[in-house]
Design a protein around this ligand. Structure first.
Ligand code: NOJ
Ligand code: CA
Length: 731
């Protein structure tokens, strides 16, 4: 009773206030400019009380008047019948330092507009549209304040639209509820046809939405040269957003990933959605420079972050993908956790994760300065892991008979190398959650401080999707629990990142895209030459990717016996391009993915991977065009070294980079890892040459890249002895 009374009093108060504001003439249309005045936002209500927004860059419209709204189940949707109750404008200009990142400090400079809307009728309800306008883009979200007429509610759809001005070129992958591991298509919006994803048999689980759906981050380019990137920030307690493409009107509409019964999200006020983001510039390099998605995320929830360390690692991994090793110990199938005695099974003789082989990898890591060794296939269950959709596959604590956890831990410790745990969940997530405390305790007991998780397969709870609200909450729960245990995370097959690594900096990297593993031979198409020039403009907008670069043995036929039965026989890049990826593909966690024996044959090229940093003081995007090329320079966070990466697609090109970022009046030594003159990703991919020069901030490097080639450069301050030995660069 008492509650009722409060409720109606509150409703009445709201109605009176609303009337007051309407009479006082609170404007129904709002305008906001970005800090430098170049981006313009207009927010208005239609005749029917539907909220809309329009975004312009100087005199060019980027997003035409586009509708906003949230659809609910069992009650009136929050899409129309609104009036503006209040509109508040504020500004923020601050600088913060990420725990790790592409630069030491990040400026967060925006103007904010919060429009409080009231939907009157059978019980007034309010919703706030919050817009943050940066100089390089816009973030907006829906907020649902605590109120009597909206408490627990079910979202069935979101009507956020992005009405584009024309038939832009789009860099897209098919809209899908379970995977982001597609190769990109580059077409006009009118030519989007996501059903091509039906042929992608190299992806374990696909749930394509329909012909008209694509995923975010979506990269667009207009005919008049505007680059527009659409994604989201701070995805928590909500499903991921795909986009439906109207191929005639060029309007994109949010399509949320549904749950097992067809709803999108279960929310309780006070709450809000993630941010929808639009980043825009006439210069493609600005898209890569944008930190708007990070800025829209909450600051770190971890106060003592000293234990979080960017790292380079090697692993017993590529060997399984190329068919040299197996994850499973035995070839006998139908094993059962709790019943099978693995020590009684016949070993298949090709198991990669043996104590002895792990020692060899630890030695290699110690000799070449790698921080960690990942060991996949160390625990029982792999005989029966793929495609079974079964609940109990792994327990995450029982090693195979030939893997002595304590011995390898002791050995790694004695060599100053850390072991990286592997938890393949086979997407049986209920099982993983049940066992997580024990699994983390096992890790800590055995000296593991980081874990690579994996979600290959159809999700259990059955009917849920990788990118739905339930799974989004799962990934975040794991990150939080890992933080409590001082564990770092590298998640494979999770939802694609949205900048949450600002909030959970122990979540170093994710896969959530088509990684280098697709080049290992089991995929009929692999990754086409343009792939790595698109990823930074799409998937990497949300956060670092564990792409696993560094393949030196590009052509597999040279060790043919173990490759019997593989589908393809080459990675589609040159060796030098594999090196350049350590710079162009930002991640605080970088793998040297190839086999130690392949590195040992080319120690001079391995030197670049040994030297390259994984945490940065400064980043310079020198050249960039999605689908074509990227040239980036980064200064290491500690010391005075710089590293450059330049890559190209299937066309040869000369990359140019001015070294004016170096300290004036100082001499440096630059080591250039280049495609050999006759290198070519198809006919001669492993041909490289290494040249060393003295350089200064007055030089500009010209780097010749082969077809699908690259160049990697390391630059360090010169010493007195370098003076005489090393010739000066001539340009
Ligand atoms: C897929 C992951 O991307 C890959 O890195 C891993 O080796 C396999 N799953 C097995 O967990
Ligand atoms: Ca994968």
């Amino acid at each position: 009773m008492k509650q009722r009374a409060t409720q109606s009093r509150a409703t009445m108060a709201l109605s009176i206030l609303l009337l007051f504001f309407l009479l006082a003439g609170t404007s129904q249309a709002q305008h906001l400019s970005s800090p430098n005045g170049r981006l313009q936002l207009d927010v208005a209500l239609t005749q029917r009380g539907q909220p809309t927004y329009t975004l312009s860059l100087e005199d060019r419209v980027v997003i035409q008047e586009s509708q906003l709204g949230i659809e609910l189940s069992g009650t009136r949707s929050l899409v129309d019948g609104f009036s503006v109750f209040s509109a508040d404008t504020t500004s923020t200009d601050e600088t913060w330092s990420p725990v790790w990142g592409q630069e030491r400090s990040i400026r967060n400079n925006y103007r904010e507009l919060a429009v409080t809307l009231v939907q009157s009728g059978d019980g007034d309800r309010s919703m706030i549209l919050r817009f943050r306008l940066f100089d390089d883009g816009l973030g907006f979200r829906y907020e649902f304040p605590a109120q009597n007429n909206l408490r627990n509610f079910i979202v069935t759809g979101e009507k956020s639209t992005f009405d584009l001005t024309g038939d832009h070129t789009a860099f897209w992958i098919p809209g899908d509820y379970d995977t982001n591991e597609y190769a990109y298509s580059t077409t006009r919006l009118s030519d989007v046809d996501a059903t091509i994803g039906r042929d992608a048999n190299d992806i374990a689980v696909r749930t394509i939405i329909g012909a008209d759906y694509v995923q975010t981050p979506l990269m667009l380019k207009s005919d008049d040269g505007l680059y527009v990137n659409i994604h989201e920030a701070a995805l928590q307690n909500y499903p991921a957003m795909n986009l439906r493409v109207d191929r005639e009107r060029y309007t994109l509409t949010a399509q949320l990933v549904p749950d097992a019964v067809g709803n999108a999200a279960y929310l309780q006020t006070p709450t809000h959605t993630p941010w929808r983001t639009i980043i825009v510039s006439a210069d493609a390099r600005d898209i890569l420079r944008s930190r708007t998605i990070l800025n829209l995320n909450e600051p770190s929830r971890i106060s003592d972050t000293a234990w979080i360390r960017p790292a380079k690692y090697v692993g017993i991994w590529w060997g399984m993908h190329i068919g040299k090793y197996t994850w499973n110990y035995s070839d006998v199938g139908n094993t059962k956790l709790g019943e099978t005695d693995w020590s009684a099974l016949p070993p298949n003789g090709r198991h990669g994760a043996t104590t002895e082989n792990t020692r060899r990898y630890i030695d290699f890591a110690a000799d070449h300065g790698f921080d960690g060794v990942l060991v996949e296939g160390w625990n029982v269950g792999w005989e029966d892991w793929f495609g079974q959709w079964k609940e109990e596959v792994f327990d995450f604590v029982t090693p195979y008979p030939d893997f002595d956890v304590e011995a390898v831990t002791r050995y790694a410790e004695s060599k100053g190398v850390e072991l990286i745990m592997h938890h393949e969940t086979s997407a049986s997530v209920t099982n993983y959650e049940r066992r997580l405390d024990e699994a983390f305790a096992f890790m800590k007991r055995n000296g593991y401080n980081s874990v690579k998780t994996g979600y290959v397969g159809r999700i259990i709870p059955r009917g849920e999707h990788h990118d739905g609200q339930w799974m989004v909450n799962h990934y975040n729960r794991v990150a939080e629990k890992a933080a409590e245990n001082r564990i770092m995370i590298d998640a494979h097959e999770p939802v694609r990142p949205t900048g949450l690594h600002r909030t959970w900096p122990n979540w170093l990297a994710s896969e959530a895209a088509r990684g280098n593993e697709f080049n290992s031979g089991w995929s009929p198409t692999g990754n086409p030459p343009e792939h790595e020039t698109i990823l930074p403009f799409t998937r990497l907008m949300g956060g670092p990717m564990d792409y696993t670069p560094g393949i030196f043995q590009i052509r597999f036929e040279e060790f043919a016996p173990e490759r019997m039965g593989q589908m393809r026989s080459t990675v589609q890049t040159t060796l030098a391009k594999q090196l350049a990826l350590y710079v162009t593909m930002y991640s605080p966690l970088q793998m040297a993915a190839d086999l130690p024996e392949n590195y040992e044959k080319r120690l001079d090229a391995l030197k670049f991977i040994e030297d390259v940093a994984v945490d940065w003081d400064q980043t310079v995007v020198a050249e960039a065009e999605p689908g074509d090329y990227i040239t980036i320079a980064r200064k290491a966070k500690t010391g005075d070294s710089w590293f450059i990466g330049a890559i190209t697609d299937e066309n040869p090109r000369t990359a140019t980079i001015n070294l004016d970022f170096l300290d004036a009046g100082r001499d440096y030594v630059a080591t250039l890892y280049l495609d050999a003159p006759d290198a070519d990703f198809e006919s001669n991919p492993m041909a490289y040459r290494i040249e060393t020069y003295r350089v200064s901030n007055r030089n500009a490097l010209r780097l010749d890249l082969a077809r699908s080639g690259g160049a990697a450069v390391s630059i360090r301050p010169a010493s007195a002895t370098d003076e005489k030995r090393i010739r000066r660069y001539k340009r």
